[in-house]
Design a protein around this ligand. Structure first.
Ligand code: PLP
Length: 428
């Protein structure tokens, strides 16, 4: 117990938490100080065991406590912990991972630039888009268009592209040449392109399923129409698969559900299931060809940890686990099972207005009957009963989102549903 009190005090005194309420942290301190994880469960210092219904930050796809990944990390770190990939230097884990990504990515996506995470991946995509247009002799193509309700990360470019306004307003961050369009109607993109001038636009970026904005799934032809518009105006189409990649939605990448191939695809999170920090952008054969044919001088963009050997080795093993254990198929099957259960939950609860999902990415829309949101209360109570889920209240939404690890089985789905049922019944 002394250990816990000491940690709580040190946390309050010295730890500035990411995406946190400082007021809440200073009054109540950390709710859980986690100590270990196994499968879909997390355990804290007090012995509380919780279902990690969000795969932590949508990333622990293969579940917690995978010794295989720890073993690979140890082997790589003792053999070659670090060497750079700048210029003509290279190493085996990065080479093999880049080749593997070309194999599993849609269409002609072929060459990968590695980063440490998703925000850096998105900023890289914007810069590569601009570089591409410089090489093509159209340097005025600089503008980046993204969608409302989107989340693309926290670096300056990624914050600027993020459609959820509070993230931009918090630091007054909206770089020039970033624009946002309605996330449902594809004609909105066409209108904005016409208004701004197609010859000034570099790229359009979208999450195939919007995650942090509340799990919003594109309807029918949306992405096919988007791709058509981008092709018509010669604009690069970037998909942000940071959350949706590596099996989350029941396909390797969520854009595959729409049979559309982007010009660039950003990824992070699930590539290592959170066991190491890694992200990147995979670009099309055509873009790569342009770089090869027209680039002179140095590609002046590179992170110290672009292609970190340990992170790449972990990613390769993680992808192998996803393949061997057929976790993409499991996400599809268990996702359908979860959604089915949520449809039944909605039928029994009068405080749910809608449920939706794609693979293991689902949302429950709450109906509070009063002015205050219901979802934060549900999340708090579910947590007390042993289930971690997330409330989304941006733009007046009152939504609960869930994205459990892809290894989840039907008994565990049942446990998730039981806790949700008990919680919704209690707050009725
Ligand atoms: N893009 C999407 C769709 C995300 O959900 C996130 C993070 O949640 C990011 C980008 C940013 O990734 P990172 O936190 O690794 O920088």
């Amino acid at each position: 117990m002394d250990d816990i009190r000491e940690l709580e005090e040190l946390d309050k005194k010295h730890f500035l938490h990411p995406t946190s309420s400082i007021e809440q942290q200073q009054t109540s301190g950390p709710t859980f100080i986690f100590k270990k994880g196994s499968g879909i469960y997390l355990e804290d210092f007090k012995g509380n065991r919780l279902i990690d219904g969000m795969s932590s930050l949508w990333n622990v796809n293969v579940g917690h406590g995978r010794l295989e990944l720890g073993e690979v990390a140890k082997q790589q770190m003792t053999k070659l912990a670090y060497s750079s990939c700048f210029a003509t230097f290279s190493h085996e884990p990065a080479i093999r991972l880049a080749a593997k990504l070309a194999e599993i990515s849609p269409g002609d996506l072929t060459a990968t630039f590695f980063t440490s995470g998703g925000s850096e991946a998105n900023d890289t995509a914007y810069k590569l888009a601009r570089h591409y247009w410089i090489l093509k002799g159209q340097p005025e193509r600089k503008k980046i268009i993204s969608r409302t309700k989107s989340y693309h990360g926290v670096t300056l470019g990624a914050t600027s592209a993020t459609g959820l306004k509070p993230f931009r307003d918090f630091t007054n961050s909206l770089a020039t040449d970033f624009f946002h369009v309605d996330s449902v109607k594809s004609e909105a993109l066409k209108d904005l392109i016409e208004k701004e001038g197609p010859e000034t636009i570099a790229a359009f970026i979208a999450e195939p399923v919007q995650g942090a904005g509340g799990v919003h799934i594109a309807e029918g032809n949306y992405f096919r129409e988007i791709k058509k518009i981008c092709t018509e105006y010669g604009i690069l189409f970037i998909t942000d698969e940071v959350i949706t990649g590596f099996g989350r939605t029941g396909d390797w990448f969520a854009i595959n559900h729409y049979a559309v191939v982007p010009d660039m695809m950003c990824f992070a999170k699930g590539i290592t299931s959170g066991y190491a920090q890694l992200g990147g952008v995979i670009i099309s054969e055509d873009m790569f060809k342009t770089f090869k044919e027209k680039s002179s001088g140095t590609l002046l963009h590179g992170y110290t940890y672009s292609g970190h050997p340990m992170a790449c080795a972990v990613a390769l093993k993680n992808i192998e686990l996803i393949e061997e254990e057929q976790l993409v198929e499991n996400a599809k099957g268990m996702g359908a099972h979860l959604l089915d259960g949520l449809i039944k939950l909605k039928a029994n609860q009068n405080n749910i207005s809608e449920v939706r999902g794609l693979g293991l990415m689902v949302a429950i829309e709450c109906k509070s009957g009063s002015n205050s949101s219901l979802s934060p209360l549900i999340v708090e109570k579910a947590q007390q009963k042993g289930l971690i889920c997330r409330s989304v209240t941006f733009d007046g939404q009152d939504t609960i989102v869930l994205a459990p690890p892809l290894i989840i089985n039907s008994d565990e789905i049942q446990s998730v549903l039981s806790i949700l049922n008990e919680t919704f019944t209690e707050v009725r």
